[in-house]
Write a protein that binds this ligand. Structure first.
Ligand SMILES: [Cu+2]
Length: 306
């Protein structure tokens, strides 16, 4: 609350606190009155029911008070929201692509980054694109969130006020792995930013195994860990050569993880389902991962065996 991390924190938090305050007031108020009435108008004390209809005074009161309250909510909501759609002319431009299942930030000089690095106290405009499904860029600390919809050019902007790392999330939840689409917003000094922006040396990518690059590019690690942790799928660590029980059309079968088995798992994951895991979660990568790339994955998995 009121962290002040961006220019929008105050406006959003004010509207939020107002609505929250009114809600809590009425929750407590209505519940209290309900309980009091329960006793006051109980059947024991009111043998003969009485009615009470037609009161202009009451009608006016319970129309006017809610009207004032909702107009107040609207006012603070609008005052907080309107500036979000007016981007300052000097805002720095960053193109954001949200795709299954990662964010990519692209700067005007062509530099791309998996994290959003931005200079302190400078307005930044994020142009939002999606080549596949709906996503939603959410940076809670800055109080900004906009949908990223294929075929529709959406945007958002803000000015960061403090140096630090902030979470970036995908707030689109009707899909398998939006919740894994995390990134960092790194607010740095202008000098640090200029150095970073001009630096085009790829981040350690050269030294990484080609198979790992394919695994990362397809976000396999959202479901398969590399360190032995059990996620939605089994870990890739020590997978190569392991003996497993798989279910083939509900019949158990023992297999040894080899090249053929791994490829079958990639192209037709539901054909042989590993015991203890659920089928229907992993999609088929037929047409997505080429035979050549599948071989690289196999080669990489071999290196994960002690
Ligand atoms: Cu998403």
């Amino acid at each position: 609350m009121y962290s002040g991390a961006s220019n929008f924190v105050e406006g959003v938090d004010k509207a939020f606190m107002l609505i929250m305050g009114i809600s809590i007031f009425f929750l407590i108020g209505i519940t209290t009155v309900m309980i009091i009435f329960l006793f006051k108008y109980s059947r024991k004390k009111n043998k003969k029911p009485s009615t009470n209809d037609g009161s202009i005074k009451l009608e006016i009161i319970w129309t006017a008070i809610p009207l004032v309250l909702v107009m107040l909510m609207f006012y603070y909501g609008w005052v907080g929201y309107a500036p979000m759609r007016k981007v300052p002319d000097d805002a720095m431009l960053v193109k954001v692509t949200g795709k299954m299942w990662q964010w990519i930030f692209e700067y005007e000089n062509g530099k791309t980054s998996p994290d959003l690095v931005i200079p302190l106290n400078k307005p930044v405009r994020l142009d939002l694109y999606s080549p596949d499904v709906n996503h939603s860029l959410f940076i809670p600390a800055f109080r900004v969130k906009e949908d990223v919809v294929p075929g529709y050019d959406n945007y958002l902007w803000f000015t960061p006020y403090y140096i630090g790392d902030y979470e970036i999330l995908c707030a689109e939840y009707c899909g398998l792995m939006h919740s894994y689409m995390t990134a960092k917003a790194k607010v740095v000094s202008q000098e640090e930013f200029d150095v970073w922006l001009a630096d085009f040396t790829p981040i350690e990518k050269e030294s990484e195994h080609p198979g790992l690059l394919i695994i990362n590019a397809n976000a396999c690690t959202a479901c398969h860990s590399l360190d032995g942790t059990r996620l939605v799928g089994s870990s890739f660590k020590d997978l190569w050569g392991a003996k497993k029980i798989v279910l083939v059309k509900d019949n158990e079968k023992e297999i040894t993880v080899d090249e053929q088995y791994i490829k079958k798992s990639i192209y037709d994951p539901d054909a042989e389902v590993v015991q203890g895991f659920n089928k229907g979660l992993m999609r088929s990568y037929t047409g997505v991962i080429s035979e050549e790339d599948a071989n690289k994955i196999v080669e990489y998995l071999k290196t994960l065996k002690k």
